[in-house]
Design a protein around this ligand. Sequence first.
Ligand SMILES: C[S@@+](CC[C@H](N)C(=O)[O-])C[C@H]1O[C@@H](n2cnc3c(N)ncnc32)[C@H](O)[C@@H]1O
Length: 266
Amino acid sequence: MAATSEELFARDAHHYFQMDLTPPERVFLDRIGTRWGSIDMLDLGVGAGRTAYTFGAICRRYVGIDYVPRMIELSRSRVGESERCRFEIGDARDLSRFDDGEFDVVLFSFNGMDNISHDDRMRVLREVRRVLRAGGTFFFSSHSLNVFPFRLIWPEVSWRRPFKALRWHGGAARRWLRLRIGNRSVDAASVHARGWSLLVSDAHGYEMQIYHVTPAEQLRQLRHTGFACDAILDLRGRPLADAGASRDDWLHYLCHADAIGHPTTQ
Ligand SMILES: C[S@@+](CC[C@H](N)C(=O)[O-])C[C@H]1O[C@@H](n2cnc3c(N)ncnc32)[C@H](O)[C@@H]1O
C-alpha cells in the first residue's frame, strides 16, 4: 500500500533540520519589520521548527502546528516552548480550535500546502482567512505549474572532472525520465487550462503527489477566499513583474486578508 503524506513527512523529517530562513522568508521578515513584537502568529506545518527558531523568538505570541506528531516533538525539542511560543498537533484543514481573527500573521512555508487535494487546499485558504484579522498577513509558497511539462535541465558541471560530470548528468537524466514516466497520463494542455494539477515530483522519493498551480489560478483562489496578493516572489526573494513567465520551481505569495472576507465554495 502507498505511504500517506503524513508517513512520508515523518520518514523524511530530517530534510527539514536546517534553521535558517530562505531569501523570500527574509523579505517577509523585513516586511513586518519593527512590528514583530506586537504580532500573534500561526505557523502552519511547522515541521522540525526551522521557521519557529526565528519567529518564535520575536512574536508576541507564536503557535506552530503540524499534523505529524513527530514534527511537533522535533519542534519542541529543537526550539523549546515558552508561555509565548508553543507547538500543537493540528491539521491546517480544521483550525476550529482558533477564534475568528485571532492572528495577525499566518505562515505556511516550504510548500507545506502542496500535498493535499484541491478541495482541501480551498478549505485551508478559507480557514486561514477566518483566523486572520482583517488586514493580517498570509505568506506561503507553492509549486509552480509553469514548469510543467518538466524539462531536462543539464547541470552546470565541468567536463574537466569527467566522473563527476557523468554522475551529475546521469542523475539529471534519471530525474527527468522518472518525472516523464510518473506524469505520462497528465495532459499538459488541459491542466494548464484548469490552472492546477497534482503531479509526481522528485520530492519524497517520487512518492508524494504534489499540487502545482499557475500564478493566475493561485491569485484567483486567493481572491475567492478573501485575500489580496501584494507580491509574488521568486526563489531569490525578488518581486516578479510577470509571474506567468517565471520558470522557478516554487513561487512565494505575500498576501493580506481583505477587510471583508468572502470565502466561496470553489
Ligand atoms: C515541506 S515541510 C516544511 C516544514 C517547515 N514549515 C519548514 O519550512 O521547514 C511541510 C510540513 O507541513 C506539514 N503539513 C502538511 N500538510 C499539513 C496539514 N494539512 N496540516 C498540518 N501540517 C501539515 C508536514 O507534516 C510537514 O511538516
